[in-house]
Design a protein around this ligand. Structure first.
Ligand SMILES: Nc1ncnc2c1ncn2[C@@H]1O[C@H](COP(=O)(O)OP(=O)(O)OP(=O)(O)O)[C@@H](O)[C@H]1O
Ligand SMILES: [Mg+2]
Length: 501
């Protein structure tokens, strides 16, 4: 038979749709044609495959070789199709035993010598193969990543010959096993280093406990970046499902993902010169952007007002829905992007507005223009907005060391446990209907909330977000009831946003 089909996977965002590599050998002048929307990288695989087969002692069939990558309307990128194409040609020309071919899927880049090089997306591809009941053969260097998909057997091969011997049954590869243990020992700087700033510390504790977004505003040198950098240290550990989602995105990204990072909460700090594509994803290789790489973790935007308006506006969608959609010429790619935003900014262009030294000379128009860099709709999505005021050197010396991160984290973990037992999700993510059921307000609290809503012209979204924060404050206290003081504290983190923004 001069025909073979080999299964592999494309990578669209973090999804890995099935691609069937069909190989047909026909009589006629020797030719090698590839159809099915291959991009340049895939078309180049012709030369790699030809050289690899010859260098492994096989014959490249002196016939008319047609390779079809189906479905034809799905764009194919990257060199991951080298291995399935090589295996398909060997099977179609009868040079390998293909009895078990239909039980496997393959992906990998071939060196001219036949050595296999790693490809990105090993984990999402292996997960998808497992769902279709097939085993996955990957280059050794990314097989550990693939093996995180517990649902299927993943084999790691260093060379094309190893794959051939595995298929013929002469030297079967053993499935790759990988140990995963959620890590708790990530080393972040300690909250204990921060002097004073009790209100900011409290807000960060609430944010960590409920998964809320935070924005800190204050003069230079008050500890905003310092606090933000210590935030991951007080966040709860990832659960299994979160760790899996995080690993799948990192595996699909351009970053070098190692299985030792399993369970680490992402903490991304993009520079303020980041472009929309760098933040949102897409670009030529449709790789996930910073917002997706922060999925399940924290996106820290330091000097938030310095980001371009279009870059910040691109975050509006994921802040609300937890996904980010990037439209490209041919299709729309959706990436998961449920991150927690931690932003920092100065109050005005010179940075000293409200500073006790009174050294700010910015005009009201300059201040307004500066604050307008963060749009109303974006501000509306941020649950906790607070001032981080200047602390004098004397005050800083006087105040004692802050509470260590480990102690804060203990309280946060308890509060998260409470939320998961009650509603399976954190307060920031629970659907509105469930939130209203679990955050029932007494009459006096309802009055307070409607007064605040009128006074600050709060949107329905802002009201719900206040309720979510109030629910978290109650959870930190270990109380199933939301009291008026909880609500008042939640509203206090909105006041600045409403009056200035
Ligand atoms: N509350 C504080 N406790 C201890 N050290 C502090 C505090 N605030 C500032 N510092 C010291 O000042 C340095 C600068 O702080 P940081 O970078 O966090 O300021 P910032 O508020 O982000 O300023 P900017 O607005 O200029 O970015 C810190 O590295 C730390 O040494
Ligand atoms: Mg800073």
């Amino acid at each position: 038979m001069a025909f073979a089909v080999v299964c592999t996977r494309a990578l669209v965002g973090v999804a890995a749709p099935l691609v069937q590599v069909e190989i047909h050998l026909a009589n006629g002048l020797p030719q090698f044609n590839m159809v099915g929307l291959p991009d340049t990288e895939v078309r180049e695989s012709r030369e790699r495959v030809r050289a690899a087969l010859v260098n492994c002692g096989f014959q490249f069939p002196p016939r008319r070789v047609t390779v079809n990558l189906a479905p034809a309307d799905l764009p194919k990128q990257s060199s991951r199709f080298d291995l399935p194409i090589a295996i398909g040609i060997l099977a179609a020309s009868g040079q390998i035993n293909d009895r078990t071919l239909h039980l496997h899927e393959f992906a990998g880049e071939l060196a001219l010598s036949g050595t296999l090089r790693p490809v990105r997306g090993a984990l999402p591809m292996a997960v998808a193969a497992g769902k279709d009941g097939r085993k996955f053969v990957l280059p050794w260097d990314c097989a550990q990543q693939g093996a995180l998909a517990r649902s299927t057997e993943v084999y790691g091969a260093r060379h094309l010959m190893e794959v051939c011997l595995h298929l013929s049954g002469e030297q079967p590869l053993s499935p790759v096993r990988v140990e995963t243990e959620t890590r708790h020992d990530q080393s972040y700087p300690d909250m204990a280093d921060v002097r004073g700033q009790l209100r900011a510390r409290r807000a960060l504790e609430i944010a960590a406990a409920g998964g809320h977004h935070v924005l800190m505003k204050g003069p230079p040198g008050t500890g905003k970046s310092m606090l933000a950098g210590r935030f991951p240290g007080i966040c709860p550990p990832l659960d299994e499902q979160e760790a899996m989602e995080v690993a799948a995105i990192q595996s699909a990204s351009e970053e070098n993902f190692s299985t030792t990072q399993w369970g680490c909460r992402p903490f991304r700090q993009p520079h303020h010169a980041a472009t929309v594509a760098a933040l949102a994803g897409g670009g030529a290789r449709s790789a996930p952007g910073e917002a997706s790489l922060a999925h399940g973790g924290i996106l820290h935007l330091d000097e938030m007002t310095e980001f371009t308006r279009s870059a910040l506006e691109a975050l509006r969608e994921p802040l609300e829905t937890g996904v980010i959609s990037v439209s490209r010429a041919a299709r729309k790619v959706t990436y998961p992007a449920r991150f927690q935003l931690v932003g920092t900014m100065n109050p005005c262009p010179c940075g000293f507005l409200g500073h006790p030294s009174g050294q700010c000379h910015c005009s009201p128009q300059q201040v307004a223009r500066y604050l307008n860099r963060i749009s109303g709709p974006l501000l509306d999505r941020i649950d906790l907005v607070l001032e981080v005021p200047a602390v004098s050197l004397w005050e800083a010396r006087q105040s004692q060391d802050g509470e260590p991160s480990a102690r804060v984290r203990e309280r946060v973990v308890l509060a998260v446990q409470r939320q998961k037992e009650r509603q399976e999700q954190t307060n920031a993510r629970v659907p509105v209907a469930a939130l209203l059921r679990h955050a029932v307000l007494e009459q006096c609290s309802q009055d307070l909330l409607s007064r605040a809503a009128n006074r600050f012209s709060l949107s329905a979204r802002a009201v719900h977000r206040i309720l979510r924060v109030a629910r978290t404050v109650a959870d930190l206290r270990g109380d199933e009831r939301v009291r008026m003081t909880d609500l008042a504290e939640a509203i206090s983190y909105r006041g600045w946003a409403c009056s200035d923004g």
